[in-house]
Design a protein around this ligand. Structure first.
Ligand SMILES: Cc1cc2nc3c(=O)[nH]c(=O)nc-3n(C[C@H](O)[C@H](O)[C@H](O)COP(=O)(O)OP(=O)(O)OC[C@H]3O[C@@H](n4cnc5c(N)ncnc54)[C@H](O)[C@@H]3O)c2cc1C
Length: 399
């Protein structure tokens, strides 16, 4: 049994659940650790030591599912403006999904349930696309989707699976067989926090506005365009209130960006490199204005890598729906460091989880960057009243 004891060491398990799903004796169960991350536990009475759990573990066998060096890189924008608006970056995911819907296929990706618990689901109707669109900065639970995908593939359905590099790798190892009717995209990922931390955001919002959170978007283009600003709508007395969050003030987002609350395996992620587990890698093309100045980047631009012949075939098929611009890997790497190495483990990670257990809301609040003088100036400049006052004062001073 490769588990060291009954549960693997935290940094050795990415939480993809391939081992839980493959076990022929249902001897492996999930349970949360103190930080809120799910880990598998083996029941020794049920285990027959067949070794399948070890064979399908992406942390144990990354090289088996990383055959692909990054291929051609492109800046890409979905030409459907509604889909582009609903997506985090350039909406390439939606363009591929449209193609798969057209073939009668099934798309698997991360969606919230009514209680804002994030898990992978399969959809076969275009009407459900919005459930999957958009990045959610939480670890998504795979539940039993690998098993469902295997059934779909055997039935001859076209399947498109999108997940983090480790989740795509977990799927491929779980299947242990090549399927022509499977398309995969790995999203360029720098790490995932546990569901528990996000639960606090929802609870705090509901307390603050005395209503029920109806929607939450981690990346909302409505106010600041392609950026990292989040938003929620709160339902109270049958009316919906829109609340936009300034990224500077958003404690959840800042803790995420600082990498202080990721799963331990994220800091040693074998998939954070230039070999990729998916047919097509999806990312944000931050800084694109510098490298592809001909592009209007306001509504979002994806960076994509085409890693396999299958990936190339799909992008060729949907190319009429995308604006595609050849790009350089080195330009995309400037900001996306996880194309080179995993996110370093910050010392503050231990502090985050210790404090989180004592007072979760206060910890998230402490990541709001309003405290520094620099950001107070930023806020004053952003406020329409104070910014006009500053402009007026500048004019007076210059006269
Ligand atoms: C946790 C996380 C970290 C990321 N880190 C980076 C980064 O460092 N650099 C970078 O360039 N891009 C990063 N991205 C990817 C980026 O934000 C976009 O998701 C990606 O560019 C695809 O955008 P899109 O416009 O094509 O489509 P979107 O509609 O925005 O794509 C959504 C797709 O992502 C999937 N997805 C959403 N949340 C999750 C999740 N938690 N787990 C698994 N799958 C999910 C959905 O199922 C859907 O298929 C990250 C995304 C996530 C979820």
């Amino acid at each position: 049994m490769f588990f060291n004891g009954l549960t693997p060491a935290p940094e050795k398990c990415c939480g993809c659940s391939a081992c839980v799903q493959i076990c022929p004796k249902q001897a492996i169960s999930w349970s949360k650790n103190d930080e809120g991350f799910n880990y598998p536990t083996v029941d020794p009475d049920k285990c027959i030591e067949c070794g399948l759990c070890e064979k399908v573990c992406p942390m144990q066998h990354p090289d088996e599912v990383l055959p692909h060096r990054i291929g051609d890189a492109f800046g890409a924008v979905n030409l459907n403006s509604e889909e582009l608006k609903a997506s985090s970056s350039g909406g390439v995911f939606s363009a591929i999904a449209d193609y798969v819907f057209g073939q009668g296929g099934i798309i698997y990706g991360a969606a919230f349930d009514k209680d804002f618990q994030l898990g992978h689901i399969g959809i076969s109707s275009q009407q459900d696309l919005s459930l999957l669109q958009g990045s959610k900065y939480i670890q998504s639970q795979n539940r039993d989707v690998y098993k469902k995908i295997r059934t779909n593939l055997i039935q001859g359905k076209l399947v498109y699976y999108v997940g983090t590099g480790c989740q795509v790798a977990g799927l491929k190892l779980f299947l242990r067989k090549h399927y022509d009717n499977l398309i995969t995209s790995d999203i360029l990922c720098h790490g995932t926090p546990p569901q528990e931390v996000f639960d606090v955001v929802i609870k705090d919002l509901e307390n603050r506005y005395n209503g029920k959170v109806a929607t939450y978007k981690f990346r909302d283009k409505r106010v600041w365009g392609w950026s990292c600003s989040s938003s929620a709508t709160i339902k109270k007395n049958n009316t919906l209130k829109y609340v936009g969050f300034d990224p500077i003030l958003d404690g959840y987002f800042n803790a995420f960006i600082k990498a202080d609350n990721y799963r331990e395996s994220c800091y040693v992620c074998p998939f954070a490199q230039s070999k990729r587990s998916g047919d097509i890698t999806l990312a944000d093309f931050w800084g694109v204005e510098k490298y592809l100045p001909q592009l209007n980047a306001r509504a979002g631009v994806s960076a994509i890598f085409i890693n396999t012949a299958k990936g190339k075939e799909i992008i060729n098929k949907i190319s009429a729906n995308l604006a595609l611009y050849p790009a350089q890997l080195k330009d995309i790497q400037v900001i996306n460091k996880t194309l080179v190495a995993p996110t370093p483990r910050p010392q503050a990670r231990d502090v985050f989880f210790n404090r989180f257990q004592e007072n979760p809301s206060a910890v998230l609040k402490s990541y709001s960057r309003l405290t520094s003088k620099k950001h107070l100036v930023y806020l004053l400049k952003k406020n329409p009243f104070t910014s006009s006052l500053i402009t007026l004062l500048k004019k007076i001073v210059h006269k």
